[in-house]
Design a protein around this ligand. Structure first.
Ligand code: NAP
Length: 243
């Protein structure tokens, strides 16, 4: 497959697992990262070791200039764009709405909502023959994450509105736009929220009685991107252990 998939935040966690699976399925993978060059380089090396194609591309998706740089590098270095996974996302320390600051809200919305909007804009422009986009939301978009991160939940709910609205705008152009809603996946993000052991603390409340693996989310993302999901757009797959 001589087609490129851009994955934002593909150096670690769900993005890295998606990059590895995408390469196995034949995509050339643009492995975007922010600060962790070592982790991004390791993902690229694993893919190349197995005969796949990947490039690590540094870009801070919180800035429009960073996003334009990411897409310009893909145009310069890689085969035509087939797909985009808006995966990069951030979480901040657990707190209540009463304790939120304006600066924090702006950081969350910039990374989790504005950046995916701008990435979608750049991707759609490059998909005259059609394509596919998957947005990585969260179960929090449905629960609101009270006492923990209502700001994060709201940023993901907005991402879901983008997913539905854009899917209807571009369906006739042959572009499908879907989302996944993970929860309780073992990655580094929970430490950023101030509770590295959060998944283990909550696992008895999860119907399947365990946290999830990034690879389990990657499977759903790759299915939504694939022709197997050719009649699926504007919808979401929950990866929440039944919660
Ligand atoms: P993670 O392990 O913390 O990885 C975050 C990734 O995003 C890293 O590759 C990081 O790059 C990148 N990133 C962060 N800020 C960035 C920026 N400004 N520009 C470019 N890249 C940036 O996170 P994860 O748990 O895999 O989360 C992936 C997505 O799943 C997020 O959207 C998250 O909200 C969502 N999600 C996760 C869970 C869960 O339980 N883990 C549940 C629901 C939703 P560096 O390595 O360079 O820092």
């Amino acid at each position: 497959m001589n087609q490129t998939l851009i994955i934002t935040g593909a150096s670690r966690g769900i993005g890295a697992a998606t990059a590895r699976l995408a390469a196995q399925q034949g995509y050339a993978v643009a492995v975007n990262y922010h600060r962790n060059l070592q982790a991004a380089a390791a993902v690229v090396a694993q893919i190349r070791h197995k005969g796949g194609r990947a490039e690590a591309i540094q870009a801070d998706i919180r800035s429009e200039a960073g996003i334009l740089h990411l897409f310009a590098e893909v145009d310069r270095l890689m085969p035509p764009l087939y797909g985009l996974v808006n995966n990069a996302g951030i979480l901040e320390t657990q707190t209540t709405v009463a304790n939120l600051t304006g600066e924090r809200l702006q950081r969350l919305l910039q990374a989790n909502t504005v950046a995916p909007f701008l990435c979608c804009r750049e991707a759609v422009k490059r998909m005259p023959q059609g394509g596919a986009i998957v947005n990585v939301s969260s179960l929090a978009a449905k629960t609101g994450a009270p006492h923990e991160y209502v700001d994060y939940a709201a940023s993901k709910a907005a991402l879901e509105a983008l997913t539905v609205g854009l899917s209807r705008e571009v369906a006739a152009q042959g572009i499908r736009v879907n989302g996944v809603r993970p929860a309780f996946i073992y990655t580094d993000i929970h430490a950023d929220g101030g509770e590295a052991g959060r998944v283990d603390r909550l696992q008895s409340s999860i119907p399947l009685q365990r946290g999830g693996r990034p690879e389990e989310v990657a499977e759903a993302i790759l299915w939504l991107l694939s022709d197997k999901a050719s009649y699926t757009t504007g919808t979401f797959i929950d990866l929440t252990g039944g919660k």
